[in-house]
Design a protein around this ligand. Sequence first.
Ligand code: FAD
Length: 323
Amino acid sequence: MEEKQKFYAMKYKDDHIRMNSTSGGMFTALANYVFNLNGKVYGTAFDENFNAKVIGINTIQELELLRGVKYVKSDLGNTYENIYEDLKRKKIVLFVGTPCQCKGLKNFLSYKNISFKNLYICDLICHGTPDERVWKQYIEFINKKYKSEVDKYIFRYKGVGWRENNIFIRLKDGRKIINSFVIRSYANLFSKNLIITKGCFNCQFKNLKRVGDITIGDCWGIENINKNFDDNKGVSLVIVNSTKGHQLFSKIKNNINFIEVEKEKCLQKNLVEITELPKEYEQFWKDFNKKGYKYIAKKYSYYGIKNRIMIKLKEIIKFIIKK
Ligand SMILES: Cc1cc2nc3c(=O)[nH]c(=O)nc-3n(C[C@H](O)[C@H](O)[C@H](O)COP(=O)(O)OP(=O)(O)OC[C@H]3O[C@@H](n4cnc5c(N)ncnc54)[C@H](O)[C@@H]3O)c2cc1C
């Protein structure tokens, strides 16, 4: 019989690693365990042209390629076939991905009739994945705007805190930029659900019947659950779903700081509710296909001066009403 699903808030013990992780660093804790067993870890990395691709790595040194969320749909390539070959050779494998990627893997391996014994699956809480065409045009737009190419991109830069959702870019000419209007336009379109791929609006995985042995995400609301556990450097929400997940968690628990949390206190919208399709979605895509990134950034995000003025006006009205 499967053990009961459990919920934890966790922080990786090494603060340097945690600061370079998206939430509390649970991914690194899982990956380290698998490397100690001489296993292989699959996750999403950027290639040199900022294409998001699922790759397999064998060493701790390569982990920084996978660390850090990439808010764009990642290309699986031959990942499922490669994992099948690894499992045939009795290799321990950890796969981390969106619930749909995890489900695809499970279906593929079931079809191939291979044992899951050596496979750990970790699914992410997922708001939805942005379309890679928008991402590609956005990167080109930045390259042009700053007259230098993007060298490093961090979606969730923690320099000023985990909650603040800051974006950090280093350009090839050495300039470092945090949060300009140009840079924030993509995150702004993402938060409005405009660039999310259409299939995500019918996601089957927005519930607690999780695909992975373990599910990870941000532990939003930790300040209300346990104030002392929160230092604004990042806390992961870890949901342990299967017996194998429980075994895995017990193997790594000495390397992490964690507390058990009540389910009701940590259920965020993106875990259990389908992402809402925005009214402007069809028009947005017509505009994007016809006119490209700069146009849609101006029209729909606060890169556009009109939108910024509107936001300021709304803030002023709110302030006056409050008074
Ligand atoms: C598109 C997307 C939407 C998300 N939405 C939410 C949300 O709404 N709420 C929430 O709590 N958490 C969400 N997450 C998960 C969260 O951002 C962190 O990835 C997670 O908390 C892991 O934290 P960590 O500190 O262990 O991560 P890190 O050490 O930073 O590791 C990040 C992990 O995410 C994987 N990853 C990165 N980009 C992608 C990608 N494009 N596709 C698949 N896997 C990827 C990497 O392989 C790595 O395993 C989302 C992740 C993605 C990819």
